[in-house]
Design a protein around this ligand. Structure first.
Ligand code: FNR
Length: 183
């Protein structure tokens, strides 16, 4: 069966290297996964005062997440953590308390960086949130993608065979993960 994966990208900029990596990961994934990028740019800041009357953008974000079997996070690292835009999405998707649409969904994390460390801090700060939300998150292969500016060209082509193989192996492992009988 084909499982639906929602993709959350932690960068809003047009030329985002994380978005390029996300598109490459999608293109190289097995056919047993289908992907939808859920856009985060229009998501209002989480505010507990609004929980009783959620803004329309929260409702459509939550509906989009609810329609997915799994979530793929692709994020840069800001100040050794995740960008606020992604944390906001996690917070919106985590509420109402105990009923958040993210709770329990299988997930994977790809972190990116223009530097060599590959967003390790971002990757693991995000995993702290996902652990609390009871989201079973793929452990291997670890995806800390450094030198993100060079990985995928403007046409969306992965520039090295090694990176292509790595993303392909990740896609296979994630598909196996998502098809486990979670929940
Ligand atoms: C960064 N960048 C960055 N890189 C990194 O490896 N570790 C870090 O802690 C940070 N911190 C950081 C903070 C802020 C506010 C910005 C704007 C940038 C650099 C980052 O890797 C680079 O800007 C990427 O290009 C961002 O990802 P996208 O937008 O290309 O997907």
């Amino acid at each position: 069966s084909v499982k639906k994966v929602g993709v959350l990208i932690g960068s809003l900029r047009k030329g985002s290297f994380s978005r390029r990596v996300a598109n490459a990961a999608i293109a190289l994934a097995p056919e047993s996964l289908s992907f939808t990028i859920i856009e985060l740019g229009g998501l209002s800041f989480f505010n507990q005062d609004l929980e009783a009357t959620p803004p329309a953008d929260w409702v459509s974000f939550r509906d989009a997440v609810k329609a997915c079997d799994a979530i793929l996070f692709v994020t840069p690292e800001y100040n050794r953590s995740i960008p606020g835009v992604l944390k906001n999405a996690v917070d919106v998707g985590s509420r109402p308390y105990g009923q958040g649409v993210l709770i329990g969904k299988p997930a994977a994390v790809i972190s990116t960086s223009i530097g060599a460390v590959g967003g390790f801090g971002s990757n693991h700060h995000l995993r702290q949130c996902l652990s609390f939300l009871n989201m079973p998150t793929l452990g291997q292969p670890e995806m800390y993608l450094g030198n993100s500016a060079q990985l995928v060209d403007e046409e969306g082509e992965v520039t090295s065979e090694g990176t292509r193989d790595y993303l392909t192996n990740f896609g296979k492992a994630f598909a196996t993960w998502v098809h486990k009988p979670w929940g």
